[in-house]
Design a protein around this ligand. Structure first.
Ligand SMILES: [Zn+2]
Length: 228
């Protein structure tokens, strides 16, 4: 069933785009957020386009992490869209914001995985103070140097994305005892129910046509919730 967005929100959407054109990015963001919220989920094409423009507003405001989140949703809804092109341009193989070099992309992926593992064991899933955050980051970085300096050659350069992720996840770091640690293991494995295969081996089960790691399995920044 295709439902169209109602008139009022059509106007909001158009005003949002207009605000973008006149460089009122914050105003555009507010309007486009409303326009996205008002768009029914079944109107996939329309929703994808609105998310695309929302991402432009976010990008203009320097909120690239959130822009990528919007684009990630938009490209799933419309695989042949501009949203897909822009998503692929802005993200690396981990579905994270692209940085200047692969080594740095790898480091950030490793950090993200380890931070999530650490915070997953904390009440409230956040650091208690700056000192804890700094110490944990320092330990993670040291551990990273251990991996990347291991061999005389860079061992990572021979691995593909899935192999690297497997390696990053397999690294178990011991931290000093901060208070509030609770022993929980959280693991999220996406399964393609049609084939029964783990999605990590191939294309994303959402049907976007992208590799899972780059689509629904993308590594999310810490401020994004794991499930939504
Ligand atoms: Zn997907």
């Amino acid at each position: 069933m295709m439902r169209k967005c109602n008139k009022k929100h059509d106007i909001t959407y158009r005003s949002g785009k207009k605000a973008l054109a006149t460089h009122e990015a914050q105003e555009a963001l507010n309007l486009l957020r409303q326009a996205v919220d008002a768009c029914p989920a079944q109107a996939t094409k329309e929703l994808s386009v609105r998310l695309y423009w929302l991402s432009i507003a976010l990008h203009r405001l320097g909120q690239d992490g959130l822009a990528i989140k919007a684009l990630a949703s938009a490209q799933k809804l419309a695989p042949r869209s501009r949203a897909r092109q822009m998503y692929q341009r802005l993200t690396n193989m981990y579905g994270m914001q692209k940085s200047s070099c692969i080594e740095h992309d790898d480091y950030r992926a490793f950090c993200s995985i380890q931070l999530r593992q650490y915070l997953g064991q904390k009440k409230g899933r956040q650091f208690d103070n700056m000192q804890e955050a700094e110490t944990v980051l320092e330990i993670i970085t040291k551990s990273w140097l251990g991996i990347s300096d291991q061999a005389d050659e860079n061992i990572l350069s021979d691995l593909d994305c899935n192999e690297k992720l497997k390696l990053f996840k397999s690294v178990h770091i011991e931290y000093p005892a901060f208070k509030g640690l609770i022993p929980v293991e959280t693991k999220q494995i996406a399964v393609n129910f049609k084939t029964g295969k783990r999605a990590e081996e191939g294309r994303c089960p959402c049907g976007s046509g992208l590799p899972f790691q780059r689509c629904c399995g993308r590594l999310k920044p810490l401020y994004e919730k794991e499930h939504h």
